[in-house]
Design a protein around this ligand. Structure first.
Ligand SMILES: O=C(CCC(O)(O)[C@H](Cc1ccccc1)NC(=O)c1ccccc1)N[C@@H](Cc1ccccc1)C(=O)O
Ligand SMILES: [Zn+2]
Length: 587
């Protein structure tokens, strides 16, 4: 019959040649929009998105006609099965147009929202409002920023979000899935995904609860009992981050050994006149020191490394872009000279390195082994960078050695960034899956959002007039978040494997893979596979294991012993037994 294996190969070649052009045009139009938000660029992006969806619909429908089960070539089978999930392109044309418009609306609302002072200027999230959340120690000011941001975004997108859920589920059903949450989970091709995640979360619970108890004690000292209930959750606006997802900005408030403060690396960067471009060069230098690929000329010519100062609206949430032509790769970031942004650049360069490594694969395989792999690459490098004396010795660290007290302070810094993230990252999609599968109905979106074990503590009562989930980029941008939870665990598993490859024998948190061609080779062998192999196979290539395991992050977090000792001495209560979520129903 016509749809035989030989025809399949011709069909796939035709797909390859047409896809590069269609996707390149779509990426260009998307880039033009997010780096210059206006009506004209929106129309152009929606048009190119339509073209891309028509293309996906045609090839996805055709791909279903091949009898894959009877085929021999595993690559052809894998390619055809990947083509069959066409996501939103399965929607009828008019609904697809509506869906694309509401997606753009929510993401743009988030990207252009500002918090206005009573009399005076309105401030954007990046970097003014985020700066307040990171540096202010005045709880009234923190509350103003925290509430102001949620008021600026939430109510405006709530209705749109409800329609977004309906259309998402319709698209998922047209692809053969129960709902959009099931479609998102299918990316990981695992029928034990939910229990595996639950298991990982349980394993990491002691780490998080002990850190939480320690933080609460320290914040109780600083803000006093009227703000901090030692048997309750921590008010979310005091943790140094708009979403309480990383607590590293308040390390100074909770330093275990205050007489041994860590260097203020951001200050050192500013004192030494670091510029955004130097931050990108430093990041690239680390990757090439491992023998990995450097970025092509287009990268430096076409990236947006700083917010453009001509008054245009841009989407500041950082991202890395593949233009599917083998030489055009870009990063879009509103870079500030801070250590936080230096790590973010390493993260984005991790995406770029993946693009570079798999650029010669079929366009169907130009993705990570799974989305968590894509997120983990840059994070693995930052684990070396932060423990990496050489880079920090570029004057960013004043002294070489770390005595044991400084080491605890250092580990606390890492824990505040990585361990605090665990419940946030785990909960983001657990609650969204419930929204998609209908467990959480739209009349209780907001209260259910706060019910998770996040520490469940809005600083002021929240009602269903609010829509706090939208205050986080990935919710407004319909971007899955599970990848970040899994990449948090994966990055330590990778770090352990790469450190072993470099012959590092000591403690994991002192390992630094800079200049190691062995570690680079191990990474390269994984990255250049793209998504051409099942991800457990790829994981085994680098770590020898086929399952995501929390062992490495637990090994790394030696700090737990110190924390438990500290908490036991203080007779700390773990968790927040006093607390049940309260909600004022608006009369
Ligand atoms: O969102 C990001 C970084 C942005 C990104 O690099 O993951 C970006 C997200 C994004 C933005 C717009 C459209 C699509 C995705 N992802 C990429 O740029 C990306 C991802 C996969 C392939 C190619 C590019 N980090 C998360 C989690 C995180 C990661 C690392 C440290 C701290 C926090 C956050 O900020 O909450
Ligand atoms: Zn990323």
């Amino acid at each position: 019959d016509f749809y035989n294996e030989t025809m399949a190969k011709i069909f796939l070649q035709y797909y390859e040649n047409t896809t590069r052009v269609v996707w390149n045009r779509f990426m260009e139009a998307s880039w033009n929009y997010v780096t210059n938000i206006n009506q004209q660029n929106l129309e152009e992006m929606l048009l190119k998105d339509m073209e891309r969806s028509q293309h996906m619909l045609f090839f996805g429908t055709q791909a279903r006609l091949f009898k894959i089960a009877r085929f021999q070539d595993p690559v052809v089978k894998r390619m055809l099965s990947k083509l069959q999930n066409i996501d939103k392109a399965a929607l009828p044309k008019d609904e697809l147009r509506e869906y694309n418009k509401l997606l753009a609306y929510m993401e743009t609302m988030y990207s252009t929202a500002q918090v206005c002072m009573n009399e005076g200027p309105c401030l954007p999230l990046q970097r003014d409002i985020e700066e307040v959340m990171a540096t202010s120690r005045d709880q009234k000011e923190l509350l103003w920023a925290w509430q102001g941001w949620r008021d600026a975004v939430g109510p405006q997108v709530r209705m749109t979000f409800e329609r977004y859920v309906q259309l998402s589920n319709k698209a998922a059903k047209l692809n053969g899935y129960e709902d959009m949450g099931a479609l998102w989970q299918s990316t990981y091709k695992s029928d034990t995904l939910e229990q595996d995640l639950e298991h990982l979360y349980q394993e990491l619970q002691p780490l998080y609860l002990n850190l939480h108890a320690y933080m609460r004690r320290a914040l109780h000292r600083h803000y006093g009992p009227e703000l901090i209930d030692l048997r309750g959750p921590i008010p979310a606006h005091l943790l140094g981050n708009m979403w309480a997802q990383s607590w590293v900005n308040i390390l100074d408030l909770v330093l275990p050994f205050p007489k041994k403060p860590l260097d203020d690396i951001t200050r050192n960067m500013k004192v030494q006149h670091w510029k955004p471009e130097k931050m990108f060069i430093e990041a690239e230098n680390f990757y090439t020191s491992l023998g990995l690929l450097s970025t092509p000329p287009d990268f430096w010519r076409k990236s947006m490394m700083e917010r453009l100062a001509d008054g245009r609206e841009v989407e500041c949430h950082a991202s890395a872009w593949d233009f599917y032509n083998g030489q055009d790769f870009r990063i879009k970031k509103c870079t500030e000279v801070t250590i936080e942004d230096l790590f973010s650049i390493f993260h984005q360069m991790g995406h770029i390195q993946y693009f570079l490594q798999y650029k010669n694969l079929s366009v169907i395989f130009r993705a990570g082994a799974n989305p968590a792999f894509e997120e983990a690459v840059g994070l693995v490098i930052t684990l070396s960078v932060f423990s990496h004396k050489h880079l920090l010795n570029k004057g960013l660290l004043s002294h070489q050695h770390q005595d044991s007290e400084e080491e605890v302070n250092f580990l606390m810094g890492i824990a505040l960034d990585k361990i605090a993230f665990i419940p946030f990252a785990y909960l983001m999609d657990l609650s969204r899956w419930k929204v998609f599968d209908g467990t959480i109905q739209k009349d209780v979106y907001n209260q259910e959002w706060w019910r998770g074990p996040l520490a469940c503590a809005p600083p002021i009562p929240r009602t269903e007039e609010d829509f706090d989930p939208a205050a986080k980029f990935h919710i407004s941008a319909s971007m899955p978040y599970l990848r970040y939870f899994l990449s948090l665990v994966l990055q330590f598993q990778f770090h352990e494997a790469l450190c072993k490859a470099t012959g590092h024998m000591g403690l994991l948190h002192r390992c630094d893979i800079y200049n190691s061609k062995m570690a680079g080779k191990l990474l390269e062998d994984v990255l250049k596979l793209g998504s051409s192999k099942p991800w457990p196979e790829v994981l085994e290539k680098i770590t020898g294991e086929t399952k995501v395991s929390a062992k490495a992050i637990m090994t790394y977090s030696k700090l737990l012993n110190w924390l438990v000792t500290e908490n036991v001495q203080q007779w700390e209560i773990l968790g927040w037994p006093d607390f049940s979520c309260y909600f004022e129903e608006k009369e």
